[in-house]
Design a protein around this ligand. Structure first.
Ligand code: PRX
Length: 653
């Protein structure tokens, strides 16, 4: 980490917002940072939403358990749809383009009708307040409809990214005990159809809690592609058939502010993903507030966040935040390089996107593909750019600013997590001078600090990023695992939220994020637990032991390297054809978790470096995998292990 700090310390460039941007920005006065009464401040944001019953208490804080807007009743879907009907009924809520080029649009009125109908469908399938509904979908409008329909009737959704394996889906459904699973025949990815229904079947067959599977027919231009599926009588139903007779009249369920809106599984430091729980009032308030100020959303904007709804970014900044703010949201189903590497730029040009929010891993890929591609398109509709998911290196930041933003658009580098629910550290684009690679300042009303191991604040310098006061969209727990919730986030310093990230603060008080300090790897902006990948590898019958580390990667930021000890019965075979063997292991991880967890590199070894207490020395493995000099090895049970690993690595690379 010290190398990274040194590199970032060299970064002195600073970019103020243009006078014009500042003048027109939703937040353009430094005084917004003077939050003296945090509860009154957040209440003033909450007041901008529609409440059926107003709260009596803004915050009840019994660390680590928070309740926001206690006594208030509202509905998230009513806030995203119904309240816009009078003024924005005919405004586009959603402009969607599928990978094959099919386009569908929904006005607020149309989306409201679709959501109301599907809410009635869910009711007819027996879904009631408090039930969980799993969503395993491509990025099609029905996925968003499904989320909002759950919210409308007070059911919690659990969206599982469509790139996850059926096993990963099964585990998540079983943990949440979901009653209904919503999926699609397939989704498009690089011209191929991903057979989601087939994968969903493999999962649902093992999930007794699932009473019904609703299937969206993903038909596109490529009719010749095989998207036929088998339907299980009594359990499976077609979305379009259920919708045909559904009424578009569905009164929203007015739920308590603290009613669970959704659970979303994310990787932690054990092998088992955790279901992060978000509730309604506080979550929606902060998702809305950050959309207004960070993305500076205006009535005429066309806003595009490239995240999939399988991730928290898709929840807060594709669905809830921008729709609560009445924005026009653009959504694209497929890959950025299909059919060509300029797809994103042609989409921005075609749909006149004005706000574009993506991840550094994508920006690094665009850089590699060349600036000629965006330069050949008219990107003049853009006025604001965003970045999320991992640290953005200053080089990528500068490229983004120049070639996509035309040196005209402010960049908001937004730090936050599945657990925080909303953006926490970010520039406000009309106020803050940005520095390439820095997420700059805490959002007004957020108490972010750098602490040392003992919990003392580090004013200038490096340490752990912590949040020292409760915030409205904070996680309310881990689904059915309070112990893990308390242990994971609140045990390091009582009453203070531990983010798991290392960070540094400079003389101007700006935050520079330095990556995870725990056993989580951020691969292309997606969180993967080292233990999850290790469990998947050890599950293979040829593997005796495995250790996984993150290594630097030009595009992904971090990639996975796995050290594997092969069982003696298979050792010969592994030696005979290592390439085939390694592929078999990589395929196994893909099948167990999903392609995002596929190791970049497999290193077969006869032993693993461990401390005397038996802990795998991951830092050393990282050094070995990246070919760096070995550090202090005196604590190793057997120092020769490391040397042989290093030799082996050098031989192979
Ligand atoms: O390490 C931080 C990194 O992503 C982690 C959160 O991952 P996840 O819960 O999947 O949510 C991703 C989208 C919000 C954080 O602990 N991270 C996220 N945004 C940034 C970041 N690291 C540096 N800079 C960011 N802007």
């Amino acid at each position: 980490m010290s190398n990274e700090i040194d590199a970032l310390l060299q970064e002195h460039r600073s970019f103020p917002p243009s006078e014009e941007f500042r003048r027109n920005a939703n937040a353009n006065d430094e005084s917004v940072y003077d939050v003296t009464d945090r509860e009154a401040y957040w209440a003033s944001w909450a007041e901008q939403l529609d409440w059926q019953t107003k709260w009596h208490t803004v915050l009840e804080w019994n660390a680590p358990y928070a309740k926001w807007f206690v006594g208030g009743k509202l509905n998230a879907s009513a806030n995203c749809l119904d309240r816009h009907l009078a003024t924005r009924g005919d405004k586009q809520a959603l402009i969607w383009e599928g990978e094959p080029g099919d386009v569908r649009t929904f006005t607020y009125r149309e989306l409201y009708a679709e959501v109301s109908k599907f809410a009635n469908v869910l009711k007819s399938l027996g879904v009631v307040l408090g039930d969980r509904v799993a969503i395993y979908m491509p990025l099609v409008p029905e996925a968003i409809v499904a989320m909002l329909a759950c919210a409308r009737i007070g059911a919690a959704h659990s969206v599982v990214f469509g790139g996850f394996s059926s096993e990963a889906l099964r585990d998540r459904i079983q943990d949440a005990e979901a009653k209904v699973l919503i999926t699609a025949t397939a989704g498009y990815r690089r011209g191929n159809l991903v057979p989601l229904k087939k994968l969903a079947d493999a999962a649902a067959d093992d999930c007794p809690s699932i009473k019904h599977v609703v299937v969206v027919m993903r038909r596109a231009v490529a009719e010749e592609l095989d998207d036929t599926v088998s339907m299980k009588p009594d359990r499976d139903c077609w979305y379009h058939e259920l919708m045909r007779n559904a009424s578009a009249d569905c009164e929203p369920e007015w739920v308590d502010s603290e009613q669970m809106l959704y659970t979303l599984y994310t990787s932690g430091t054990t092998g088992k993903p955790k279901g992060i729980v978000h509730t309604t009032g506080g979550y929606l308030t902060e998702a809305y507030a950050t959309c207004k100020w960070v993305f500076d959303l205006k009535e005429e904007d066309v806003y595009w966040c490239t995240a999939d709804i399988g991730w928290v970014t898709g929840h807060s900044y594709v669905v809830y935040g921008p729709l609560a703010a009445g924005a026009t949201v653009f959504v694209y189903e497929g890959a950025p390089d299909w059919p060509k590497q300029d797809r994103f730029w042609s989409l921005i040009e075609k749909h006149k996107v004005s706000i574009f929010y993506t991840a550094p891993t994508a920006i690094r890929a665009f850089m590699k593909w060349g600036h000629q591609l965006p330069a050949a398109h008219d990107l003049s509709s853009l006025r604001l750019l965003g970045s999320v998911g991992e640290p953005i290196n200053p080089e990528a930041w500068m490229w983004y600013q120049k070639w996509i933003g035309g040196e005209r658009c402010p960049i908001v580098d937004t730090w936050w997590q599945t657990e925080t629910g909303s953006i926490m550290i970010t520039p406000l684009p009309g106020i803050v001078d940005t520095k390439p690679g820095s997420a700059t300042r805490a959002f007004p009303g957020i108490d972010a600090k750098i602490l040392d191991e003992g919990g003392n604040e580090v004013k200038v310098g490096g340490g752990y990023l912590a949040i020292t006061s409760p915030w409205p969209s904070m996680l309310r727990g881990i689904w059915r695992d309070p112990e893990r919730f308390e242990q994971q986030y609140w045990a390091k310093w009582p009453g203070i939220y531990f983010t798991g990230d290392g960070a540094k603060r400079d003389e101007d008080g700006y935050f520079w994020l330095l990556g995870r300090v725990d056993d989580i790897i951020n691969v292309a902006g997606h969180r993967i637990g080292t233990m999850e990948v290790e469990s998947a590898l050890v599950d293979h019958q040829a593997v005796a032991e495995a250790a996984v580390v993150g290594i630097n990667h030009e595009i992904k930021g971090t990639a996975i390297a796995a050290f594997v000890i092969v069982k003696s019965s298979r050792a010969e075979e592994a030696k005979r054809d290592p390439a085939k063997f390694e592929k078999e292991l990589k395929d196994h991880v893909t099948a167990k978790i999903g392609a995002i967890a596929r190791p970049e590199k497999i290193l077969i070894t006869s032993d693993l470096p461990k401390t005397r207490s038996g802990k795998i020395m991951r830092r050393l493995l990282r050094d070995i995998a990246e070919g760096r000099a070995l550090g202090d090895v005196t604590t190793l049970a057997d120092p020769t292990v490391v040397a042989s690993l290093k030799d082996k690595y050098e031989e192979e690379s």
